[in-house]
Design a protein around this ligand. Sequence first.
Ligand SMILES: Cc1ncc(COP(=O)(O)O)c(C=O)c1O
Length: 369
Amino acid sequence: MTNRLRRADPVGRLLTDPEVATPAFVIDDAKLQVNLDFAKEKAARLGVTLRPHLKTHKSIEIARRQMLSPEGPATVSTLAEARYFAENGVKDLIYAVGIAPQKLADVAAIREAGCDLKIILDNVAAAKAVSAFCTRRGVTIPVLIEVDCDGHRSGVRPESELLIEIARALTDGAELAGVLTHAGASYDVENLAVIRRAAANERDGIVTAANRLREAGFEVRIVSIGSTPTMTHAEDETGVTEIRAGVYALGDLFMMNLGVVPMDRIAGTVLCTVIGHQPEKGQGDRRRGREGHAPRPRPRPPALRLRLRPRLRRRRQAASRLRHPHDGRQSGTRHHRGRRRRPTQARGPARRHAPSHHAQPRLPDRGAL
Ligand SMILES: Cc1ncc(COP(=O)(O)O)c(C=O)c1O
């Protein structure tokens, strides 16, 4: 039954339908559409091309609605994603993770199949390896030099001499296509003014790098920036040709904490089934499966952490009282032999984990799933 329903079209079913297999990743189609429209309009207003990052959902159905055309452009974070989207008709991709030479054969194969897949790198050794590969195989591979605009990610600094050295090392089919940066600092901020500064800094860094290369005689077609926070709050992208952002499509709690995506625009949630309930302990067990396990949360910005702390503290104290009603011990003071294991039980009253903001929860009525 479960497998049949997983394969069957779940679109339009009530989230409370017991036949829906859980854990289920649920996409609110209306919210998704608002987010997709927002990014297209924002990129148009800034006068840049939208090159969405597709790694968050890895779905061609969403990608087709997210991209400017069914052929792209778009960004991916693995060659498996590149192959999948290329096989589904996307013809303009950047694989936006520094290239490892042993992956060049796969890059060439995807390009030979008709997708203009571009790669990025940030050092002379990698540039030489790509050049040698292109010479040996008689192929062309467009390359973007990765620029580090804020000290948070890989890449060369915009003012670095290395930038020019890397461009010079791209020869014989390894073609300089442009420059790319990702403002990692925009995830580590205290308020929207800081995100705006991160966006301006991202732009200034990449435009400096592009201009330095041009002054050194290189053609720089693509000047690529982007993250969800900087795309959302950028005010001026003069000199930039394209924006890559990805998380904005579904949104998440991290972006909400940053003040980038409001709660009522988070389009992706995980539906779980409660498989156990121990009211006397104030806990329930959820069947979440892999889909329900978020990656280790990134640290909250300090200002928000301050705001959330009293509520979290009260919740933890309440949970601790429920777990140890008689001995008055505080949460975290129990002694464990060996490593302490993360609790698998949900704290607080058991509930079916439908998103609480849905008054009438329904699965989306358009093809996102
Ligand atoms: C190189 C690169 N570009 C774009 C993005 C998209 O940014 P966001 O996840 O904030 O949407 C990422 C995300 O990590 C990235 O690594």
